[in-house]
Design a binder for this molecule. Structure first.
Ligand SMILES: [Zn+2]
Length: 419
């Protein structure tokens, strides 16, 4: 059993096969949550999970649970999960790696006829990216009860299509109640999406916790007018106000040391036509920092900058929070299991804190949760060129296998029955 190891080639080829669904010309994947492509990816996962002998359950928000029975099936399952949805110009690894690594763990156990004491499950969460539906980690947040099922189902995309409609369209409006299952422990493996592992030369990052993240919408209220005859002096151009606000967001991210982060990646403009000075703009932004005290200061800094802008430009500026998470800590016992697994396998490792959100974060609300990261080439993610080396992908799955087995317990395997 100590030599049990995942099949690196099978893992890599499954990852590449999944990446071909919604493949983009530049070598990435476009599988927006609950799109036709996401539906295809889910179908492929479900087929593979059933072929590996799993029972598949889908809940009302489309989260998928593939279960491999345990010797004591009344025990809560040890779970491995992540997501199959991508941003519009996503890569082949973000999320998919965690799902396929979980599947490879179950396939490996099957090949070796290993019976675990507790059941094991691979989970595919709905709309982790938040690219089509806001907020991020929608499926896992619903699972842990952070928001209601109706709230999740009522989210709409830019075309007004609700999660409810999209789920029905692809056939993943499952019958299971959301959150109606106990989880013994949750593991997730993800690509780092940053440069630290590559810089240190380590293979495995054991995540101890996260930075704090706060998400806002900045609303700018100006006044519509003709773009030509209206004198420059009298204008209340909400787009100009938004541009100044974006610069303030960027300034705040730079002003709080190397642990500060900020961005303003989404904008809505009204009426958004040529010929009319915009009267209303909404800019989504977020602030992140390692320290709670610093994120408080960053928010206050941005708030007073917007007040000053409002006075200077004689327009309305509002900063409205809509989502926040962290700083949080992952389970120390599971982190120790993951470190031990990496050490036994001889992989260089280090502790890390995440600045990106993952489904493993909400899961800390309902179970013990552990997260590992593998290196991302050039620290690049949310980009079609995102890449992790096959040996790192295999290493991550092997660490998951060991840690999950240690957690689930082994009853018998072919080898031990023979001897
Ligand atoms: Zn992800």
């Amino acid at each position: 059993m100590r030599n049990l190891s995942i099949d690196a080639e099978r893992l890599w080829s499954a990852l590449m096969e999944m990446g071909r669904i919604g493949a983009t010309p530049a070598g990435g994947s476009r599988r927006l949550a609950l799109s036709r492509e996401d539906g295809e990816a889910r179908d492929l996962f479900v087929r593979w999970a059933k072929e590996a002998g799993c029972a598949v359950t889908v809940d009302r928000v489309g989260n998928i649970f593939a279960r491999r029975a345990g010797a004591d099936d009344s025990r809560p399952p040890v779970c491995i999960g992540s997501h199959l949805d991508t941003v519009p110009t996503g890569g082949k690894f973000d999320g998919v790696f965690g799902v396929i690594a979980g599947l490879e763990v179950l396939r490996t156990l099957d090949d070796a006829d290993v019976r675990t004491r507790a059941p094991m499950e691979v989970i595919v969460w709905t709309n982790e990216e938040g690219a089509r539906y806001s907020p991020v980690t929608l499926g896992s947040l619903a699972f842990v009860g952070a928001h209601s099922v109706d709230y999740a189902l009522d989210r709409v995309d830019a075309d007004g299509i609700s999660v409810r409609e999209a789920l029905t369209e692809i056939g993943y409006d499952g019958p299971a109640e959301v959150g109606d299952r106990e989880i013994g422990a949750y593991f997730e493996a993800h690509n780092e999406q940053g440069p630290l592992l590559e810089e240190s030369g380590n293979t495995i990052g054991v995540v101890t916790g996260s930075h704090a993240s706060r998400y806002f919408v900045i609303s700018v209220q100006g006044m519509a007018a003709h773009v030509g005859p209206t004198p420059m002096a009298g204008r209340k151009d909400a787009m100009v106000g938004a541009a100044r606000a974006v610069l303030e967001v960027n300034r705040v991210g730079n002003a709080y040391g190397p642990d500060g982060r900020s961005n303003a990646p989404h904008i809505e403009v009204w009426p958004n036509v040529r010929g009319v000075i915009p009267d209303a703009v909404r800019v989504s932004c977020d602030l992140r920092h390692r320290e709670q005290a610093a994120i408080d200061e960053m928010e206050e800094d941005l708030r007073s900058a917007l007040t000053r802008l409002g006075d200077e430009l004689d327009m309305g500026f509002e900063l409205e929070p809509y989502f926040a998470w962290g700083p949080m800590s992952f389970d120390p016992e599971l982190a120790e299991l993951l470190r031990a697994a990496a050490d036994e396998l001889g992989y260089g490792r280090q502790d890390l804190r995440i600045i990106a959100g993952h489904d493993a974060v909400p899961m800390t609300e309902v179970t013990r949760s552990g997260l590992i990261l593998i290196p991302s080439r050039d620290g690049l993610s949310h980009n079609e060129a995102e890449y992790s080396a096959p040996e790192h992908v295999a290493a991550g799955a092997n660490v998951l296998l060991r840690a999950a087995l240690a957690e689930a317990g082994i009853v018998a395997d072919r080898h031990s029955r023979r001897t």
